[in-house]
Design a protein around this ligand. Structure first.
Ligand code: FUL
Length: 739
């Protein structure tokens, strides 16, 4: 059995190095070559965050602000040749930026002081390609100053994104650039008060002279540690790791302790803890692997570091603002899903909110953020496990169980040394919930490898949900249950688990339309219901946003024309549903599926594929029908024999979301719905790197028929280059168009 305290094994492994120096605030441990896998696991369980990493993690959510001359060129990556005169945010209001972020619960703002194009948002002495050459405030403005000052005024932390890649700077690609970069870094870290995060991205392209730069990372780190020792250095730096995607979704199994390659093992071993944090640190390689820190991954590690994950994602498709994306702002529901899949998966969420050409955060983004924040507050304001009596059924140590409900993640309950535990919670009354929250006291390390929640329902214990890692915070959703007794089992742990908090919560109520979509010939009737029976539901039929002043729902709605119903419910306790939209389509066509689409991606209902509504690049926009690992086979009955000129189908490829185009699409027609004839077949090229686009497959027909069948063959298992390799690919279709 593995024991709690680092005694003999640990001392032996670190022979020659002071135990105290390595263990206190130990976020960096060198493993000796002869260590057994068990010893490595035990050491991993004792690696802990540095104070700056802990402060960073506790913020949970922070904001990214992408704003520069790119915003005025409607582009994502500038060339370095942009005219500073175009930069003119006439309505810029730092208060609005900071207030928007603060109200959304984002605790720090990281702004793009310089993006790859080299334009500086502060009047840097070291370049003329800056805000000083812009018409904004006659070249006397300083955006970094305004935003950092305003952050302090409103109680937010402040961080900078300084792109090492600079497509404008002439010295880029020479030794001189490293000095130029340190000079700019020094300006930012001396003139704007306290900085809590410095964000370096990994892009290293060519500069104006066609050369790439060899970055002197270590010298950059030294500047930061000297001038702003509390700041974490993220992504291409030693303190914070990129989760590996920009989708907003972290790994289900997320270890904050990972093996690390360093440039000089010997030097690190000899260094003090402080030094070891940056010296010898080599900027990370591939961080996209499905598994970074499992027992298998750490078994042969030479060094283990506390290197927690940050999930960066934009509220819009692009990092910068584009007018054309004003209606593609992520919905509050999508943002909530991202919250559960980032903060709820032992990561910090870095959410990008790009201001527009006025210099303001757009109304649509603000609205989505407000509703999202309200949903988080509605869900997490009340821990339904509060007041529970907790019994230790396995693990011993009946003391300190109150720490599990004390809302303080620095205190914990742990076993008497065992890696397994069972805790039973007797709730003060029967409760209805669908969310589990767990957190470990990461001050002593991340240890839990497998856990399960079960509930006493109808006289027996039922498994409700289970997971692997916990770390700083783990959130799991499950179908709603009602009970007064639950058990938490820690099934595996690297060392005795130190559980800081336990919580049970109820998601906001759902409001639904029945049917959720339909095709009809003459008329159809739609019922709206909320899973909170006492909720008031309001709706509109004219496409406008529903609210408390819209038509109250009293009885089924009779539709005689193609209509979109928008509806929302409000519970008496102030909780609010997410607004929903349902489409009803008047047609004579009918459609049948051989394999039904996944219920999460049902294209808005059975007629989603022929309702004339096209999908966007957002696979969760409700317009896509998704098939996980299966083919799509659909037959459309057009009511009578008609002349068909062409048949086309739209497919999504979005590899980061595991969505691949079908490998083959067969088009068939039939007069009787029994005997089909193939009229076309399309082969689609399969991606071999990350891509995101909508594809169309079409065939000429020029024949008479009543039935059309489209068979799309799923890509199959994800290929070797993909992080999810070996798992089934998704196939997404938005529309079949028959002309
Ligand atoms: C990337 C950059 O290339 C993007 O433009 C954006 O800044 C993102 C956060 O990092 O590497």
């Amino acid at each position: 059995m593995i024991h709690y305290k680092f005694t003999t094994t640990f001392l032996l492994i670190l022979a020659g190095i002071s135990l105290k120096a390595q263990y206190t605030g130990n976020n960096y441990v060198v493993i000796q070559a002869n260590s057994t896998p068990e010893q490595v696991v035990e050491i991993a369980a004792g690696v802990t965050p540095s104070q700056r990493q802990l402060n960073w993690q506790e913020m949970e959510m922070t904001a990214f602000i992408h704003f520069t001359v790119n915003t005025y060129y409607n582009q994502e990556w500038g060339q370095g040749t942009e005219d500073p005169k175009k930069f003119n945010p006439t309505e810029f209001d730092a208060r609005q930026w900071v207030q928007t972020c603060r109200e959304a619960g984002l605790k720090c703002i990281i702004m793009t002081a310089k993006h790859h194009d080299g334009f500086c948002l502060w009047p840097s002495k070291y370049t003329d390609h800056s805000i000083a050459a812009s018409p904004w405030r006659d070249g006397k403005g300083d955006l970094v100053k305004d935003v950092s000052d305003e952050c302090r005024r409103q109680g937010l932390k402040f961080g900078v994104y300084l792109s090492p890649w600079d497509r404008h700077e002439k010295s880029y690609g020479t030794d001189g650039y490293n000095e130029h970069f340190r000079n700019q870094l020094t300006e930012l870290l001396t003139n704007y008060g306290r900085i809590d995060e410095v964000w370096f991205d990994g892009a290293c392209g060519e500069g104006p002279n066609g050369k790439k730069q060899v970055y002197d990372w270590e010298s950059y780190y030294k500047v930061i540690r000297r001038l702003q020792p509390q700041a974490v250095i993220a992504i291409m730096g030693p303190d914070v790791r990129w989760v590996g995607t920009e989708s907003g979704y972290g790994r289900e199994t997320e270890w904050s302790v990972v093996p690390f390659e360093t440039s000089d093992q010997g030097m690190i071993a000899a260094s003090s803890q402080q030094k070891a944090e940056t010296e010898g640190f080599r900027p990370p390689g591939d961080m996209t692997d499905f598994d970074l820190g499992s027992r298998e991954k750490i078994a042969k590690a030479k060094t283990l570091i506390w290197y927690p994950s940050e999930v960066d994602v934009s509220i819009r498709p692009g990092w910068f603002w584009h007018e054309s994306e004003n209606d593609r702002v992520k919905t509050p529901e999508k943002l909530l899903d991202i919250y559960f899949s980032s903060v709820g998966r032992n990561s910090l969420l870095l959410l990008n909110i790009p201001p527009d050409t006025r210099g303001l955060i757009h109304e649509n983004d603000i609205k989505s953020l407000h509703v999202w924040r309200k949903a988080i507050d509605d869900i997490f304001s009340k821990n339904l496990a509060d007041g529970a009596e907790i019994r230790v059924l396995k693990g011993g140590n009946p003391n300190a169980v109150k720490n599990l409900l004390d809302k303080n993640n620095a205190s914990h309950w742990t076993t008497e040394g065992q890696p397994e535990a069972v805790l039973e919670f007797d709730l003060p009354k029967s409760q209805t919930f669908d969310v589990l929250m767990l957190s470990e006291n990461i001050r002593v390390g991340q240890r839990i490898e497998k856990f399960r929640l079960s509930a006493f329902i109808g006289g027996e214990w039922k498994n409700i949900t289970e997971g692997t890692t916990v770390g700083y915070k783990r959130l799991l959703r499950f179908p709603v249950i009602t009970t007064s007794k639950v058990r938490l089992e820690i099934l595996a742990s690297r060392l005795n688990p130190a559980i800081a908090e336990f919580g049970l919560y109820k998601l906001i109520p759902e409001v639904k339309a029945i049917p959720s979509a339909a095709a009809f010939t003459d008329s159809t009737s739609v019922t709206l219901i909320s899973d909170d029976k006492n909720a008031d539901i309001f709706y509109t039929l004219d496409g406008t946003e529903p609210g408390k002043t819209s038509t109250p729902y009293r009885h089924p709605i009779l539709l005689k024309e193609s209509t979109t119903i928008r509806f929302i419910g409000f519970s008496p306790d102030g909780r609010q549903n997410f607004e929903r939209k349902s489409y009803y389509y008047k047609t004579k066509y009918a459609i049948t599926f051989t394999n039904a689409p996944d219920s999460r991606y049902d294209g808005g209902g059975p007629l989603g594929l022929i309702d004339g509504v096209r999908g966007s690049l957002d696979h969760a926009d409700g317009k896509w029908s998704g098939f996980n690992g299966t083919d799509m086979v659909v037959t459309i009955d057009m009511d009578k024999v008609q002349h068909i000129k062409t048949i086309a189908a739209g497919f999504l490829q979005s590899t980061k979301s595991w969505i691949f185009p079908p490998s083959k699409i067969d088009f068939e027609i039939s007069a009787d719905g029994v005997n089909f004839k193939q009229v076309g077949s399309v082969i689609l090229e399969q991606p071999n790197n990350d891509v995101e686009s909508v594809l169309k497959a079409a065939t000429e027909v020029n024949a008479e028929a009543r039935f059309v069948r489209v068979k799309a063959t799923n890509h199959g298992l994800l290929p070797d280059w993909h992080p999810g390799h070996g798992e089934p690919a998704w196939l997404f279709c938005d529309e079949i168009v028959i002309e």
